[in-house]
Design a protein. Structure first.
Lengths: 602, 602
């Protein structure tokens, strides 16, 4: 039967065959999670996503959120799935049991999230933010703050947000003007206006907990003077019961291109001088605290992009198998065939598949690295794995969300005219995906993060480790006769990539620094392309091995599909990456040199 | 002052400096249209577009079209601009005065259209279709049909459509099932269901004239048995007055991603056996008639894409000049600067500008070629120019609409979070543009048209002429010292392009034909890239010459901007095109060879 959201066979291939995730159960903290249990968990998540979430996706988009006199109603149908999600204890499935979590491997959480977010992203955004906010409490909260908030957030009883952005402080967080006045009892009175707050106000939970960035009176300007506060919508009494309204007023929600089911709120804090927060972490260390959570938040956005991409691929693929239109080009006298038989449609499906397969592997790989760091007893290894995640983060956030738009747009195209209509989900996937390139740091900022920080972090050692891992996959592939040619192509690209990163670094150290900065985005792009080729070649190596064991017909089809996908990407797409690297090598400065007037329009 | 929709300086540069359009006035039929007159016409169009059309764009999107019991209401605010547009006699400004047209050069019509469509595309779609339908009447109509319909359509008193698509006949027009039964009086009774009819029903005009593709009873299957009929919504009496309702019933309109102001109607013809049409052209020659119009219709879609791109560029550019955010990377201690000063934002604006400039030139060039064919006294030259338009058509339709999505998406990104909201026009431009890659033949079909038909048309002579024109620009640039390097880069790309097209042709003639077909879209892409580089190098050559004349400061900025844009595209983008050609050269067949099951999801 046709699958929705994600191909289960491919999920299992990546989890068990590529990454051998079940080996985690050799570690004590994951002992309960053998292959059988993992499959069961995924099957349950899939059931919930397909049967309950998908049917709410379009209604949520059409109904949207309703704002009226400070109150926001989420789409009606979200209430039922919120309860189901909460009852299933999905949100904290991978968190520390001591905090109320389920203690599962993070990798498995990623799979569940893929299914849930592919089913209804607007809905899952409420939960993703709650999780991020809870992690802030877990990491920086006092005993008291944890006691009052943590379990209720991780259980989904209360939801959470992140209050960073202000009208004049978007990418430039340091420009924020929200202030905190210290009260005699150690609490702070908060005043300020925040915008673009996803899930900032809604009726799914009785309380909403806002981590808020604000400046304590007298603190330095810029990011150095920013502190983090915990500000609930309703105050919480010492016994955990709800107290009075905390003067966090929703003044409106945005009309947006997509994600209509999630309320993007404008909030006024302390408009009546009555908004009280408690300090989370240390004074003036708010940015550092946020940065700790940033990796998770940015990875989550990449996962969101991937989830839409896989959902878009599955639906376009199913449509292409069913929709009959035009005769085959070699048999013009015969009748129409399913459009999956037309070369140009296959090309589009193949592009979608290549990214979906590779990006699934990339995301699971980040989970494996995360879990690996968690179980590692070797401090050096643990440190190295944590740095690897930092390298991967801008790739996951920036590259995957770029590709999500591309894949969901191909999804629309495969449907033809129908793809532009609301009769099918294709156009919603595309609309929903467009914000992902912007929020949690625009993709331009991700590119700067990769180039200016991650590549040179610890004198470039983590980056070299990253390259060494790709090299290892190339070596493994070289050892397979049938993959030698593909391995050689990736080797060439990898060699060229090292030259390019060296050139970028050298240019940035000289007087043409701006020319290098102007190439940060192209560099992120080629980094992502090479990562894609890496994951596909890795998959092809695993598939080649598996084919030696005389698998069943169905598995032969699957593994052959893996080989063809790697071949396609490496022969038909990777040469374009080489072209992109040659473009970077020109290190042209026209973008930097053109005068402002030269852009025209005056 | 900041400009909207399109940069007037650039319009005039392309028209007068690059293409010397005013020289057309040397020909008798265009004698009235000297530079001054042309500028006046453009100024009027611009006034109308900026002052009247832009303010209706967002309301039209929000209000959308309303369907109720067979009737469709266009957005309320469209009525006023419809009247203004009609009163200005804009629709037929370039048509034959004998048919009621204004007799202006087609090139000028293109400029007016750029401004109008950039102002409100949903609205202009009604007019574009009316024009296309009127051209069918003008070309194939009997004296009587012209008398009854032509002037009323060209004046905008009545509107027009195109009824091709049916639920099971989209790209495969030949699969249509609408039928025509010949009556004793020579008319035909039409029966059928048509879908995706832009402007198929609305309240802007008292009558709507539908050219309809249908099969006369007993006619052959496929495209060979298709005839074209003229079917008015209300019958037209011999004296031109309106008669009874013609049983063309609107059964609903589509909910779409964008273009909400234009009604995409489903129509049932002859549901009560009472729909009468007259044959337009000859029996069973309907497809041929449609193909005559197809070039104009497809070019129009490319123009639509360009219009959204230029409007998106202007609005993003204006925003980038005003929006202050973050310090300059070289002056981190100083305050925030307008984001146009940030390298990554400049990179995005430059990409937008490069496409907008080049595609404007490409579109005007097609106008110049069209007008050239019209005034040419030399049959051979006329024939060659008409073939050149045929070569350009899939590039204009396919490549420009691909780039329109890319440019409008960059437009969203420049706005950051605001770009995703409906507060600014960016997201609407992107939503509106997404259909352009699909309708009037998907871009995959454009790619097949270029590769399978246009390249080999007349034994490849028109294609060689096309290449020779690019070569000529390269030669002219080589003659400028300062452009030699850029010229050499385009020369390399052009040489490689010729190898690639030869390889594609050779492959298609052999047993790996499907491998070639699977590369039709990449071929269209590189054809478009090279065309872009061609136009930008041409512009740079003109700018270089102009700079020798000691122009005013403002003009120096403009011409320098042209040089930087060409430099950017040729040094930073064209190497990617070479990469794409190297990918094509691999002529990999994975897309063709992968089994259907190998795509997964089963």
């Amino acid at each position: 039967m046709a699958q929705q959201i994600a191909d289960l066979r491919d999920i299992e291939f990546a989890l068990f065959e590529q990454f051998k995730i079940d080996e985690l159960s050799e570690h004590e903290i994951f002992a309960d999670f053998n292959k059988k249990t993992i499959k069961m968990i995924i099957s349950e998540a899939r059931q919930l996503a397909v049967k309950e979430f998908i049917p709410t996706n379009k209604p949520g988009d059409e109904e949207g959120c309703k704002f009226d006199s400070g109150e926001v109603k989420a789409p009606e149908c979200f209430h039922r799935i919120y309860d189901l999600y909460k009852e299933g204890e999905w949100l904290a499935m991978a968190d520390d049991p001591e905090s109320g979590g389920g203690g599962m491997p993070y990798s498995i959480y990623l799979v569940a999230n893929e299914l849930f977010m592919g089913g209804n992203l607007s809905f899952m955004l409420y939960n993703g933010l709650t999780h991020g906010a809870a992690k802030l409490v877990e990491t920086f909260g006092t005993v008291k703050q944890k006691e009052l908030f943590l379990k209720k957030m991780l259980s989904g009883e209360w939801s959470g947000t992140m209050l960073l952005t202000e009208p004049e402080a978007g990418s430039d967080v340091g420009a924020l003007t929200s202030t905190a006045h210290k009260n005699d009892d150690g609490t702070y009175s908060i005043t300020g206006n925040k915008i673009f707050i996803s899930g900032g106000e809604h009726d799914l939970t009785e309380n909403i907990i806002h981590p808020v960035l604000a400046r304590i009176e007298g603190a330095p300007a810029g990011t150095k003077g920013i502190s983090l506060f915990l500000v609930p919508k309703y105050r919480v009494n010492d016994d955990g019961s709800l107290g009075e309204f905390n003067d966090v007023v929703c003044t409106g929600i945005e009309e947006k291109m997509g994600l209509h089911g999630n309320a993007t709120a404008s909030l006024t804090l302390g408009g009546k001088g009555n908004c009280i927060g408690t300090l989370l972490g240390e004074e003036n260390k708010g940015m550092r605290a946020m940065f700790v959570m940033m990796n998770e938040a940015r990875q989550l956005v990449g996962q969101q992009g991937f989830s839409l991409a896989t959902a878009a691929y599955m639906s376009a693929l199913n449509y292409a198998r069913e929709r009959v239109q035009s005769a085959h080009i070699l048999k013009p006298k015969e009748g129409g065939v399913p459009i999956i038989q037309h070369a140009d449609v296959r090309r589009q499906l193949m592009i979608m598949k290549a990214y979906v397969d590779a990006l699934r592997s990339l995301i699971y790989f980040s989970g494996v690295v995360f879990d690996g760091a968690r179980v590692s007893q070797d401090q050096e290894e643990k440190y190295a794995l944590e740095r690897l995640i930092e390298i991967l983060t801008p790739i996951i956030k920036g590259y995957i969300t770029d590709k999500a738009l591309e894949v969901t747009s191909h999804g629309v195209q495969v449907y033809g005219g129908y793809g532009y209509t609301k009769e099918y989900p294709a156009e919603q996937y595309m609309r929903d995906s467009r914000i992902l390139m912007i929020y949690e740091g625009t993709n331009g900022i991700q590119a700067l993060d990769l180039f200016m920080r991650k590549l040179r972090m610890d004198n470039g050692k983590p980056f070299l480790d990253f390259l060494a891992r790709i090299q290892k996959t190339v070596e493994n592939a070289k050892a397979c006769d049938s993959l030698q040619n593909l391995a050689a192509c990736l080797q060439d690209a990898l060699n060229r990539y090292q030259e390019i990163t060296a050139l970028m670094g050298k240019t940035a150290a000289g007087e043409k620094i701006l020319n290098a900065v102007a190439h940060a985005t192209p560099l992120l792009e080629v980094t992502g392309d090479i990562t894609t080729a890496w994951m596909l070649l890795w998959r092809a190596t695993v598939a080649t091995e598996a084919l030696k064991d005389n698998p069943k017909k169905k598995d032969v089809d699957f593994y052959d599909g893996q080989l063809k996908t790697a071949e396609f990407f490496i022969k038909s797409m990777l040469p374009i990456t080489i072209g992109k690297m040659n473009a970077i090598a020109n290190m042209n400065g026209a973008v930097v040199e053109i005068s402002e007037a030269g852009f025209g329009g005056l």
